[in-house]
Design a protein. Structure first.
Length: 460
């Protein structure tokens, strides 16, 4: 398939087909663009009327009516005009009637074999239906028109977990027409899926051999070795990169880990700082290094001040919810909840709809006595998640602790109805309802809720 068609590989859906190039037919401003009237030959007026009515109806997305008109044409001339079957098949595609579409496209090919546009349409139908055997047969015929259809064959091999065959095809294409960014990304995904890192290493080494000044290839190799935990090879590759560019920031990705493992902590910290301060390094690489240092400091708390400096640098470079959560977890494990809270707040700013993050932040705010902030987070979160009982409970606790007893009663009574098979949470709701009614001056109602608490505890 042409590049513009294929770029949404692996997740493509026919519901999007009108917004893409689909041969020359499915994206048309003029509904009459499909067929030159002269190509129809000597046909009756009724035939012409129905045919162009079909095109018009398809143009206004009235696909059922278009099919009806094409059926009239086919009944008048069942084998003289293959285009009728292609047109009908396209309308079936728009209606997601893929079996009928495949029959029509195949009928066209019986009458007029080896039509690239129809083969391509048929291939897409088979792929949509996950009929990979038929899709493979069809796309192999398309390769005769354009070798770039090998990308589609690789798509099929990927879907059927034939990753090495897919890689072979991509390598063939690179040899035949040159590399491109899309296929590089596809190869990286295939390497990941196949787990064949040795093949990936060989490919990168081959690229370096043919272009020894390519810093990007050295970086790929450093990252690959680092992900494999092969610190020595990553270090050796970094030294080679240093010969190419003594000032390359990427070198420090490998030097950081190598020096850390070699117990050269000051040198490792220096390399970490260079990675974090670099304007060339990706956020993912910085995240990886900082997260690794967090784990190191967890067992070596004497370096906590260096960690805090590194965090400050990272904070100015990257806003990353995941690393903020990891830093918060680190401080919570150390019992430093006051240090954890700012990172949870930052994580929530980066990812405000993350339910687990909302829960963890609001609970820590309650624990720290920040009831107004907990109230605000719970109130906003309930707009997103109106059936989450824990949010009502944290909301109620926050309101109770601010003396807003009537509002607390309202929220707690709403929330308790969402509690299912969780006796501990039910106890917490009734305890808070008792406190709210007591604070509101209704001792008898409060007593009823406190009695429920005791009954549930006795059952437990």
């Amino acid at each position: 398939m042409k590049k513009g068609i294929y770029i949404l590989i692996l997740t493509i859906a026919f519901t999007l087909v009108k917004d893409r190039a689909y041969g020359q037919f499915l994206k048309e401003a003029n509904p009459f663009a499909d067929e030159n009237v002269d190509d129809l030959g000597n046909v009756s007026d009724d035939f012409q009327t129905s045919f162009f009515e079909a095109l018009k109806q398809k143009g206004i997305e009235n696909y059922e009516r278009a099919i009806m008109e094409l059926n009239k044409c086919i009944s008048m001339s069942p084998s003289s005009h293959p285009i009728l079957y292609f047109e009908r098949g396209k309308n079936h595609v728009f209606l997601k009637k893929y079996d009928e579409a495949a029959l029509d496209f195949n009928k066209f090919l019986e009458l007029e074999p080896n039509n690239e546009d129809v083969l391509e349409a048929l291939y897409e139908v088979y792929f949509q239906q996950r009929d990979y055997d038929a899709a493979e047969t069809t796309v192999k015929n398309l390769i005769n028109f354009d070798v770039q259809y090998k990308e589609d064959l690789a798509r099929i091999y990927t879907s059927t977990k034939r990753y090495n065959e897919a890689l072979d095809l991509i390598d063939e294409l690179d040899e035949e027409i040159g590399t491109d960014i899309y296929r590089d990304r596809l190869k990286n995904r295939l390497y990941l899926l196949s787990g064949d890192t040795s093949r990936q290493v060989k490919a990168i080494e081959k690229n370096i051999a043919s272009n020894p000044k390519s810093e990007a290839e050295y970086l790929k190799l450093i990252l690959l070795y680092s992900e494999q935990g092969n610190t020595q090879k990553a270090y050796e590759t970094a030294l080679e990169l240093q010969k190419v560019n003594p000032y390359a920031d990427e070198v420090h990705l490998a030097l950081y880990k190598f020096n850390l493992n070699d117990n050269k902590i000051d040198e490792a910290i220096s390399s970490m700082q260079k990675v974090l301060e670099s304007t060339r390094m990706s956020a993912a690489a910085k995240h990886r290094v900082l997260n690794d240092f967090v784990l190191f400091v967890n067992g070596n708390p004497q370096y906590e001040s260096q960690l805090e400096k590194a965090i400050a640098v990272f904070d100015t470079q990257v806003g990353d919810s995941n690393i903020y959560q990891e830093l918060a977890s680190y401080y919570i494990k150390k019992g430093s909840k006051d240090k954890a809270l700012p990172y949870l707040k930052k994580a929530l700013q980066s990812d405000p709809e993350n339910l687990e993050l909302i829960k963890n932040t609001s609970l820590l705010l309650l624990d720290s006595g920040s009831f107004k902030d907990a109230e605000e987070i719970a109130a906003n979160a309930l707009d997103l998640y109106p059936s989450q009982p824990l949010l009502y409970l944290t909301y109620g606790v926050a309101l109770n602790n601010q003396g807003k007893f009537k509002a607390a009663i309202d929220q707690l009574e709403l929330g308790v109805d969402y509690v299912i098979d969780d006796v501990k949470m039910e106890i917490d709701f009734y305890q808070q309802l008792g406190d709210a009614h007591k604070g509101d001056g209704n001792a008898s109602t409060a007593s009823k809720y406190y009695n429920k608490v005791e009954q549930l505890k006795a059952q437990g």
